[in-house]
Unconditional design. Structure first.
Length: 190
């Protein structure tokens, strides 16, 4: 059973600990009016077994390198309990709120997930970072910027989707599909 907590920092500790005490399996935060990652660090500090995840973090508002880094740190700090839930958001928000490019969201998300895995492999195994895609390029990683290897598996990656095309992003990858709570017909009218 999963539960959600507010991303308001003052509410997180009690809410996450309460979910764990009541036997919940996962505690989720969402990127709405606060960052979704920082609350999970607080939750990790005050829980021991419940999984901790973002539902969702807006992928296209950030570089894969930035997300790889924060996900790595939360995974390490939580003792391997982090789930990285990513979503594309919609064009209007990406371009006008985040001032980032928007194009081909399905292909971009697929490439984003692959880039994350390549970055993490570089850090964990010391392989050369040589990722070149249509949307993202990551070819430089020096020892100074390489975090210590994880003592746990890479974070799980969930991809939120409204339509059928985005559900295909997870196929063949170490990621999962997380449907949004909104029906496509409801979102298309907004």
């Amino acid at each position: 059973m999963d539960g959600a907590v507010s991303s308001q920092l003052s509410d997180v500790v009690g809410a996450a600990a309460g979910l764990e005490r009541r036997g919940y399996d996962c505690c989720w935060t969402a990127e709405i009016n606060h960052d979704p990652f920082l609350p999970l660090v607080l939750a990790a500090e005050h829980t021991t077994s419940i999984e901790l995840g973002t539902s969702i973090a807006v992928a296209f508002a950030r570089s894969p390198m930035t997300v790889a880094n924060i996900a790595w740190d939360v995974q390490a700090y939580s003792g391997g309990r982090f789930i990285l839930g990513l979503g594309s958001q919609i064009r209007r928000h990406i371009e006008n709120r985040f001032s980032m490019p928007w194009s081909k969201p399905v292909q971009r998300m697929r490439e984003y997930v692959v880039a994350l895995q390549e970055i993490w492999s570089c850090w964990q195994h010391g392989t050369k970072l040589a990722f070149e895609g249509d949307f993202y390029t990551h070819k430089l990683m020096t020892p100074m910027f390489t975090p210590d290897p994880l003592a746990h598996p890479f974070p799980k990656v969930f991809v939120a989707a409204v339509g059928e095309a985005m559900t295909g992003v997870r196929r063949g990858r170490r990621s999962a599909f997380s449907p949004t709570p909104l029906r496509p017909s409801a979102t298309s009218r907004k």
